[in-house]
Design a protein around this ligand. Structure first.
Ligand code: AHR
Length: 646
């Protein structure tokens, strides 16, 4: 399993005999380190597996950071739709007084649409007419993305007094003031009630993020407003759903799992601000929301069921992280009776995910619109609990472990720090490094004992580039991924983090992030494309293979889908070309295959909203692939060679 060392000076002499070496030592993964360069010679013994590859190796890690959901994946266009006030007033909402209209807008803490949201935006209109209306506008998440001939579905809770009358909802272009869509919503009434509306844009304008939403009235009176939503067409048309462009980017990654809801977002800054799943389910109006540890308010409209729907839509298995009694301010819940309610809450959460409709929480899920239980194999207890200096995780983990196993013995339990109280099934480990560190550390797990828990690399990233990784980062990532694949008998899952960022000024708390977007468009970074290439070419087994030569910045990984194909990943992180020759033994090659190349002129090169496809994979169909295949890799390049088998 481990990679052993060949002295560089032997490389040339060994080149001719590598095939024989592979035959003699099929389990050996030989590599020169440090390697002196020269041609890289790979000998692959097809149909001779030395280790399985985890079918769940590549997945996603996610949390509310950088406006990942609100202002990101979650398609809701209205920012601060729950009209929360601060010392500045009601952020993102502004008063509209057209012509001679006179009105005021203020927070009303005395009335709201529900017990969870007992406050509202109050619009008091002293003078307004149809020609000179008064109202409020919302600026969205750094604008609202609009397209021609598109249907936008919205809703709000409202009540009125003193004859404010019907509300006109309009979508308006920021620069021109042009009304792109509008509808009148009547029958508001004196009691809080939900009102739905539909806005249809016409033609004659270009897609743009520079738009806003306006509500106006044409009569004096008072209008109270809250829980305002507006959605473009969502992925698969799911109500309260996700942005199709971002979902399509994710689908191309073939993610096998989704780790949620964090990360720090699970823990919260304090125990009170943890991800309290029960407050994130049911009608939107019953969700009070909470502060994200990343410094902004979360409405929790993207709640537990939305995470699960997301899994279902992309055929990912959920990796459910449950709050384990430790928060970012260093406070913990002591193990024992004080922790018991949190353990119960985790068990109930698992039942909400997996229980039949006749269980208490399965019935709640059915009420929420999803009678079918979700599959669940992994539960993670906490996040980065090695930060808990009190040492309580050992006992906290054991308390969760025993309770979960007692009710759900089939579940695999993931620990977030080493524990001695009980043997976890899986250990979650995180790596945020520079590319040079990943180059040195690609063999990190080569010598790890196979007798301990399995490994989940639950967060990792090369931290170079902002807001999204540059090509230098993609090279570090690709080198690291070759190491993950070499050790995928041990590493059951791995996920890059963070996944998303809204690229507008002030939206991001952490760089880099794999995928960037604004209110209208999204793009994948070079690191994103490296992951697409690796995850789309993950075989089932690792065949015996030996490597000689190649410089210290050359990395490779070989996997095989028996009887179908061999996938070879090659990484040349050097500034010079890298000659490679690959020897296939015992292979029933069809001669056909494909070479996919991701390449940039230098490590600072990157993608952006303006240049979303500057660095993308290029595919070349191959024919006539024989037992020896030769290629010179360009400087700074990542390649996948797919070789089809009979
Ligand atoms: O990915 C960003 C943060 O890094 C995560 O929330 C946390 O788990 C880690 O420290």
């Amino acid at each position: 399993m481990n990679r052993s060392i060949l002295a560089p000076r032997l490389v040339a002499a060994f080149a001719a005999s590598l095939l024989a070496l592979a035959l003699l030592a099929p389990a050996l993964r030989a590599q020169a380190a440090p390697r002196g360069g020269g041609p890289a010679v790979l000998a692959i013994q097809v149909n001779h597996s030395v280790a399985p590859v985890s079918p769940t190796l590549y997945g996603l890690m996610t949390e509310e950071i950088n406006h990942a959901y609100e202002g990101g994946l979650y398609a809701q266009m209205v920012r601060n739709g729950t009209c929360r006030a601060d010392w500045t007033g009601i952020p993102r909402w502004y008063l509209v007084q057209d012509g001679g209209a006179q009105a005021t807008m203020r927070p009303d803490r005395g009335t709201g649409p529900s017990a969870a949201i007992p406050y509202s935006l109050r619009l008091t209109v002293r003078r307004a007419t149809a020609a000179a209306p008064a109202g409020v506008l919302n600026t969205g998440y750094w604008g609202m993305g609009l397209r021609p001939r598109t249907v936008y579905r919205g809703a709000f809770y409202a009540k009125e007094s003193a004859g404010a009358g019907a509300v006109t909802a309009s979508l308006v272009a920021n620069q021109t003031g042009r009304v792109l869509a509008s509808e009148v919503i009547g029958g508001i009434g004196a009691a809080w009630r939900r009102h739905a509306f539909t806005l249809r844009t016409g033609g004659g304008f270009r897609p743009s993020a520079g738009n806003h939403l306006v509500f106006t009235v044409a009569h004096p009176g008072t209008l109270w407003l809250n829980v305002v939503t507006l959605f473009p067409p969502t992925y698969d048309g799911t109500p309260n759903g996700d942005r199709p462009d971002i979902m399509r980017l994710l689908a191309a990654m073939h993610p096998q799992f989704l780790r949620f809801p964090g990360g720090n977002y699970l823990e919260g800054r304090s125990i009170a601000q943890r991800f309290n799943w029960k407050k994130t389910i049911g009608p939107l109006v019953d969700r009070p929301g909470h502060w994200s540890p990343w410094g902004y308010w979360s409405t929790d409209q993207f709640g537990l069921l939305q995470f699960l729907d997301w899994c279902q839509d992309l055929h990912m298995q959920p990796v459910l992280a449950v709050y384990a009694g430790y928060s970012l301010n260093g406070k913990h819940v002591p193990p024992g009776p004080k922790l018991a309610p949190y353990v119960t809450s985790a068990l109930e959460e698992i039942q909400y995910v997996t229980g039949g409709v006749h269980t208490r929480w399965g019935a709640v899920r059915a009420r929420d619109g999803h009678p079918q239980p979700f599959p669940l194999h992994y539960v993670e207890v906490g996040n980065e609990d090695f930060f808990d200096r009190s040492g309580s995780y050992n006992a906290r983990f054991a308390q969760f472990y025993h309770a979960i196993k007692a009710h759900y013995p089939q579940l695999q339990i993931i620990a977030t720090a080493p524990v001695t109280s009980v043997r976890p099934d899986v250990l979650d480990q995180h790596y945020y490094q520079r590319a040079v560190q990943f180059f040195h550390d690609a063999g990190h797990y080569d010598k790890t004992s196979r007798k301990g828990p399995k490994i989940f690399v639950g967060e990792w990233a090369t931290r170079q580039g902002s807001p999204t990784p540059n090509f230098g980062a993609a090279l570090g990532d690709a080198a690291w991924m070759t190491g993950l694949e070499h050790n995928s008998d041990l590493i059951v899952m791995a996920s890059y983090a963070p996944l998303f960022t809204n690229v507008n000024p002030g939206a991001m708390q952490w760089a880099p992030d794999l995928i960037g977007y604004n209110a209208l468009r999204s793009y994948g970074s070079p690191s994103y494309y490296a992951q697409v290439m690796f995850a789309s070419h993950l075989g089932a087994e690792r065949p015996a293979a030996t490597l000689a030569g190649g410089g210290p910045r050359f990395f490779d990984s070989v996997t095989e889908t028996p009887g179908r194909r061999v996938d070879l990943k090659l990484v040349n992180a050097a500034s010079t070309p890298q000659p490679v020759s690959v020897h296939f033994s015992a292979a029933r090659l069809t001669g056909r295959g494909e070479l996919i190349t991701l390449h940039a002129a230098n490590p600072q090169a990157t993608n952006s909203l303006r240049h979303p496809r500057a660095i993308v994979p290029h595919r070349r169909r191959l024919s006539g692939i024989g037992p020896v295949w030769r290629e010179t890799m360009p400087p700074y390049s990542i390649q996948v060679l797919q070789v089809d088998l009979h």
